[in-house]
Design a protein around this ligand. Structure first.
Ligand code: ARE
Length: 589
């Protein structure tokens, strides 16, 4: 089976499929359906002996399509039918006996190319959880501690919150990182090779993670002032660095002014105080004012009705909106919290707002393959044009960890990586924000053996997309699930081994255009995974050996998953090459 062009297809384009069969007396049908909708079948025409062909033009708008083949064979037993679809692991196709069981191949049809701003595509990102990075006050004191908070010294590893019986949070702990602290560390970040920062939420909130917004228009006083914020942005820009903020618009905090503020002169009361509150319709009360819909049932986070026009206008309207305020401070983009739970039209409204500015990026938080995710009973169209530029790439992280731990073999990760690259529109694939861990996952050093850390970093930086280092990973921080993955940065104990691994790859990326924009393919040879990035006149090859034995490459044993122009050229370089145990080897043209 052979399809052209490779990967996702733009609306209007023609897709050609060839199918080869060495059997005589067969007829082949190409069967395609539009997502859950209509099914078409085409008779495939023999174009030479054993080779059948068909084509289809996608002129009915963006969406997902699925296809497979029906092979009918005249045999002594009568007419026998088989179905050819993709295998479970996403590798080569396989034959199925019944049409009901066949796993079809996916084709994503998208509206238009959507390159994220150049600064973004070229960036090396660094994610900062603001309370845990650095305290920039000269006396080391914490700005305006919150009434119900508990302050820890900077290196302790403690539980993040104390819960009461009924599940309410009685007390939050804070370490006192702040905006000034980040500004002070710009030279450190530059030295590491970082060119952009993604900050977890910074607006006024009750908890230390600040996903429970109290006021979208105010910086949390514990983090600093608007002056501090402006200074951070200006200093970053002076250093040719960029800043992306976390936009948490699916819910607010239960102490939020929109939800709970008692009436004072000149202010607007919160929704729970009076049904006349201008915010009353933002929420979904089930038993006013005591019970309401909340995010994943967590009462701390009352959910917002994102179809509400006044809320939409407040978030992304043309005047005095939340986006306008912070965009005008000079930020460079947003990461959308729980993008998969926001209506498509809401995300498009945000994108439209950002399009008024030059060079703003919009990244969505989606955990799965974003090309075929179903949420709220609907297929989403947030990566098919005019919506998200890209997504946080958790599927990569997942594959990297499973491969380095020996849970999946090299051939499977090779196929799966290539499969993802086929499912996403090309630009989106290159716009994705790749990570080895975030504030929501276990840290990479806790997930793999430390001796494989260089392999993990090499993989993140060799794959298409924008790499994002989770603060402290380069210092050697470990930590399991939230809150242990949010320890304070160990400023006086940075592990030089890990630091150098990240620094080395940050520089390779910045120095080698081919690592940023080159085409991508994978190959494998035993336990060894190869990543090729290539352009017409350049290439960069990364070879990963996660095993405890060295691997010597026998060129004839390599399986390339695509036929590449550079393949022949690579032959001489690859044959006989030895890759030491748990090591990465790379070479350039
Ligand atoms: C914390 C604890 C919880 C506890 C809760 C209430 O972690 O165990 O029940 O407090 O006491 C923020 C904080 C969290 C906090 C949470 C609620 O950062 O520390 O939880 O608020 O107060 C899913 C969502 C995804 C979401 C993750 C966490 O799809 O959108 O879960 N991520 C965002 C942010 C978080 C943030 C919120 C959302 C809420 O990045 O930091 O939490 O604003 C699978 C699924 C995913 C799932 C993922 C992780 O792979 O496919 O859908 O993500 O696992 O569970």
């Amino acid at each position: 089976e052979f399809k052209q062009p490779f990967g996702a297809i733009k609306t209007g384009e023609v897709m050609k499929v060839n199918f080869s069969s060495d059997k005589e007396n067969v007829t082949i049908k190409f069967i395609i359906r539009r997502d859950f909708g209509l099914r078409h079948e085409f008779d495939m025409h023999p174009i030479e002996k054993g080779l059948y062909s068909s084509s289809v033009q996608f002129d009915v708008g963006h969406g997902l399509y699925f296809y497979y083949f029906e092979i009918s064979e005249q045999s002594d037993w009568g007419l026998v039918k088989h179905y050819y679809g993709r295998s479970e692991s996403g590798g080569e196709g396989v034959l199925y006996i019944s049409e009901q069981d066949v796993r079809p191949f996916q084709v994503t049809v998208y509206d238009k190319d959507d390159k994220a701003p150049e600064w973004y595509r070229d960036a090396v990102f660094y994610q900062i959880f603001p309370d845990r990075f650095n305290n920039g006050n000269s006396d080391g004191k914490i700005n305006a501690p919150k009434p119900n908070s508990f302050i820890y010294g900077s290196h302790q590893d403690q539980p993040m919150y104390v819960k009461e019986e009924n599940g309410d949070i009685a007390r939050w702990d804070f370490f006192g990182g702040n905006l000034k602290g980040i500004t002070q560390k710009i030279p450190y970040l530059k030295e590491l090779g970082v060119t952009a920062i993604y900050l977890n939420p910074i607006f006024s909130a009750t908890s230390n993670h600040r996903y429970d917004t109290n006021d979208y228009l105010a910086i949390d006083t514990m983090l600093g002032s608007e002056v501090d914020f402006k200074e951070l942005i200006d200093k970053l820009h002076e250093n040719k660095m960029h800043l992306v903020l976390d936009g948490v618009f699916s819910h607010v905090g239960k102490d939020s002014r929109y939800f709970n503020l008692a009436g004072t002169f000149g202010s607007k009361e919160g929704a729970t105080k009076t049904p006349k509150s201008p915010y009353f319709d933002w929420f979904k009360f089930t038993d006013y004012p005591n019970d309401y819909k909340s995010w994943w049932g967590i009462k701390d986070l009352p959910e917002i009705d994102k179809d509400n026009e006044s809320f939409r206008n407040f978030i992304y309207g043309e005047k005095d909106s939340v986006l306008e305020k912070w965009n005008n401070f000079g930020i460079d983009g947003w990461r959308l919290d729980v993008a998969d739970e926001l209506p498509d039209s809401f995300i498009r409204g945000i994108r439209k707002n950002l399009n008024q500015y030059e060079n703003m990026v919009l990244i969505g938080e989606v955990w799965e393959d974003a090309s075929n995710k179903i949420s709220y009973g609907q297929r989403r169209d947030y990566i098919l044009g005019d919506s998200l530029h890209g997504c946080m790439n958790y599927p990569f992280r997942d594959l990297i960890i499973r491969y380095l731990n020996g849970t999946i073999p090299a051939n499977e990760i090779a196929h799966q990586l290539l499969g993802l690259s086929e499912n996403y529109p090309k630009d989106i694939f290159y716009n994705n924000l790749n990570n080895l861990g975030t504030h929501d996952t276990e840290r990479i050093l806790t997930m793999i053996q430390p001796k494989n850390n260089d392999n993990a970093v090499s993989l993140m930086f060799s794959l298409p997309g924008v790499p994002c280092i989770y603060y402290g990973d380069e210092a050697g921080l470990t930590g399991g699930k939230d809150p242990n993955n949010r320890k304070f940065f160990p400023w006086d104990n940075i592990d030089p081994t890990y630091y150098k691994q990240y620094q080395k790859w940050s520089n390779y990326r910045t120095e080698n255009e081919v690592l940023r924009s080159g085409d991508f393919s994978t190959f494998y040879c035993g336990d060894l995974l190869g990543i090729i990035r290539y352009t017409e006149n350049d290439y960069f090859v990364t070879l990963i050996n996660p095993s405890d034995q060295e691997i010597r490459i026998d060129f004839n044993a390599i399986s390339f998953l695509q036929n590449l122009g550079v393949q022949e050229e690579l032959k001489a370089k690859l044959d006989g090459l030895q890759i030491e145990k748990n090591e990465t080897l790379f070479f350039k043209k």
